[in-house]
Unconditional design. Structure first.
Length: 379
């Protein structure tokens, strides 16, 4: 990734007019989500917990079977051997273990293993494909992989139908081929691995954040207010919010995960009055969940239409021309599109670069404000 000179993009560490919800003193660790995430959480692995007090002396498996008739004795024996049972602070992994009356037994029954997603005949916009990978243009509204509340209709379901057995399995049963992700309501470019070799090589590039290679990720965004014309870099760590688990927040120094976004201002509307909307090109140096959305909101410039981080700015819509207001309502989501994706081919080393124009509803909103999105994406 190529970052502009530092003198053109000063790092801004103190929010001006910031969204209080985007900056928190107490935060939770942020999972390694890779690219922009869908906000879709992996289904829990904690399982159902049971506490049993032995009514009389006896074997561990028999005591559990009497207390939990919904579970077969064979299933309980499997759980015991798997280490799912504790007595006091100690592990009990022998079904025939003798238990004294009054002892307390703790059992965790894990949730059922998620079913492997099935292929679905969902249309895909494929910009490039070979034996190792494919590049797709994900539509807004599509979840990347199955998760709680989204078991079908995902990009993974479409990929399985398109690629069949050739799809890389490194991402796991729920995420085959997935190297990075986009939010459900963020449209744009994604690279998908078709082989394990490609998956490993592409993952290394994303983990390196393009600092030693050609990885490039640039997004087209519309944000409220006017950002510095010379652009800026936002270097603020991110972590999960303690107030709302669906949200990400800027973390205090020393907490959270490194997150760096480079912002270029393409145009401001209106040009001659108090700025209302900025057209931005946002380049990711790191890829954290909701990174662009949170970074801009933390500086007081949330994305237009963002339901999670931009609610306090809805009154600004009254300042827009009537056509733009109608386009914003029709958009119904954050104004963000992954329009540029570049990387080294995992086997040939060739530098590949792709661009994608914003979808019709986002393009209409930009055009209603006189913005030229093409020149900002294509260089």
């Amino acid at each position: 990734m190529t970052s502009p000179p530092a003198n053109q993009r000063p790092i801004r560490t103190t929010p001006a007019g910031a969204d209080d919800d985007a900056v928190e003193a107490d935060v939770l660790p942020l999972e390694d989500d890779g690219e922009e995430d869908v906000g879709e959480e992996d289904e829990g692995v904690g399982g159902e917990q049971h506490t049993v007090v032995a009514a009389a002396d006896g074997r561990l498996d028999r005591i559990l079977a009497a207390a939990l008739p919904e579970l077969s004795r064979t299933r309980l024996q499997q759980l015991v051997r798997a280490g799912a049972v504790r007595i006091g602070a100690g592990l009990a992994d022998t079904p025939s273990l003798k238990i004294a009356a009054g002892e307390t037994i703790a059992l965790i029954v894990p949730p059922p293993s998620p079913a492997a997603p099935a292929g679905e005949a969902i249309p895909l916009t494929v910009l490039y494909e070979d034996d190792e990978l494919l590049v797709v243009d994900k539509p807004a509204g599509m979840v990347v992989h199955p998760a709680a509340g989204h078991h079908t209709g995902t990009l993974v379901n479409a990929l399985i139908a398109h690629c069949g057995a050739s799809l890389s399995g490194i991402g796991g049963v729920r995420r085959p081929g997935i190297v990075h992700r986009l939010d459900k309501d963020t449209s744009g470019l994604m690279v998908v691995a078709k082989t394990d070799r490609a998956h490993a090589a592409l993952s290394r590039q994303f983990a390196d954040h393009g600092r030693t290679g050609p990885l490039e990720r640039a997004y087209l965004a519309l944000a409220w207010g006017g950002l510095p014309v010379g652009g800026l870099s936002i270097d603020r760590p991110l972590a999960r919010s303690t107030r709302n688990r669906e949200k990400i927040a800027v973390a205090p120094p020393g907490q959270g995960r490194e997150a760096i976004t480079h912002v270029e201002v393409g145009a401001i509307w209106p040009a001659s009055q108090e700025p209302v909307v900025s057209l931005l090109r946002c380049e990711l140096e790191t890829g954290r969940t909701h990174q662009i959305r949170v970074h801009l909101a933390s500086l007081g410039h949330p994305l237009l239409g963002d339901p999670l981080y931009g609610g306090g700015f809805r009154t600004k819509a009254a300042l827009l021309p009537s056509v733009a207001r109608e386009c914003l309502v029709a958009l119904g989501r954050q104004a963000l599109h992954a329009g540029v994706l570049g990387f080294a081919h995992p086997t040939t080393g060739e530098a590949l670069s792709f661009t994608s124009e914003p979808p019709g509803d986002l393009a209409a909103l930009a055009q209603s404000l006189g913005f030229d999105t093409r020149s900002l994406l294509q260089r």
